[in-house]
Ligand binder design. Sequence first.
Ligand SMILES: Nc1ncnc2c1ncn2[C@@H]1O[C@H](COP(=O)(O)OP(=O)(O)O)[C@@H](O)[C@H]1O
Ligand SMILES: [Mg+2]
Length: 259
Amino acid sequence: MVKMISIHSSRGGTGKSLISSNIATIYASQGRNVALLDFDFRAPSLLTIFQARPLVKGWVNDYLDGQARLENVMVDLTGRLKTPGRLLVGFANPNMEAMREIARKDRRWQMRALRRVIAMKQELAAKFGVEIIIIDTSPGIQYSSVNAVVAADVAVVISTMDILDQEGVQRIVSELYEPFEKQTVIIVNKAIPHEFVSEERKESLLSRVKGKFTQPLIAIIPCYCDLLLASRISLFVLDRPDHPFSRALKEIARRLESL
Ligand SMILES: Nc1ncnc2c1ncn2[C@@H]1O[C@H](COP(=O)(O)OP(=O)(O)O)[C@@H](O)[C@H]1O
Ligand SMILES: [Mg+2]
């Protein structure tokens, strides 16, 4: 059965796009058929991460609006990334007017869009043989993110060590995730590297951070400056499979699959 995983946060810049694109690539490199969807209509990133502009024939925006078919939206990057499993990516339109237009959509449109997200999930599984769907969302409680979270089987929320992110996560968890009884896990990203120098300090960090959230914390990822040197042509986990960031993401991918 297909599993849909939403990747969300309360504020921007926590690492949603980096983590979603690399986790999708990990699954595809393990031979799974994966779809990755950009639902961050206000700040689309996947088009840049995958450098895919010339390959796009339709946008996720158009699909949600009932104006494009899924086969014209999903871009197959399997050949380019040379993964044994399929990696299909649906991109959000980065054009200014498209961003404004989706921001203007009312509640009725968004309710229809939710039905389309659910239809999309079925169609990705039935027509494209997709086993895992990852959705990179907009921070906060944008309708599009709420739709992604509602349709998801597993919801991941990413925080940093910043108290504003942590409080924001706790707020969206209690106002959105808990009422929907969503299976939710937390990842803390960009933790200070010197907290990882010994097992003792790691343990102390873990116990301090765990107490901040009501949902299970599945990983704390340090901040790695060398991620800034990551190529935009390939994906970090493919370029640097043995880097501790890649290893942390592989462990997260394994945990998410087992939920
Ligand atoms: N663990 C990390 N260490 C260093 N840089 C990171 C880490 N996680 C994310 N980043 C960087 O932080 C920036 C924001 O990440 P991004 O994935 O675009 O966030 P979001 O999608 O949540 O807005 C990017 O430049 C990304 O490469
Ligand atoms: Mg992003």
